[in-house]
Design a protein around this ligand. Sequence first.
Ligand code: HEC
Length: 128
Amino acid sequence: MKTYGVDVGWDAGGTPPFRRMVGCLRHPTLRTAAASIALIIASSAHGQQETLYVRTLAANCAQCHGTDGHAASGAALPSLAGMPRELLLAQLQAFKAGTRPSTIMQQLARGYSDPQLEQLAAWFAAQH
Ligand code: HEC
């Protein structure tokens, strides 16, 4: 069985592998260390999934703003890559609220939840 890319296959006795691993560590510090490692593995897998999710959201912007927000040189549309996160988010929220007049972005921004707009703003701000 595969979960988050980590093989968590149970042994014949039905003991989960992490349990087995932690079970053989009797020293409390080592136990904590093992638990932390398990947590790091789990959270980095979660991080990768989240990155993939935001990439997928951001791919919807590529047809106009370029791949990862890098507009083609000479393009009429602004590059989003490296724009400050707060500025991006403020623009997206203004489009969504209709307070910034626009041709297209108003319709588009309405299709995203506020947390998704925050993720998009953080994503494009982090592109170089
Ligand atoms: C169909 C083309 C199109 C797509 C797709 C698109 N945009 Fe835009 N975007 C525009 C246009 C055109 C403008 C200029 C404002 C307007 O007229 O809507 C703009 C402006 C912006 C601005 C303001 C930039 C500035 O310099 O103030 C931001 C931020 C932005 N878009 C983010 C996004 C994000 C994030 C996505 C993906 C969720 C996206 N756009 C998808 C066409 C598009």
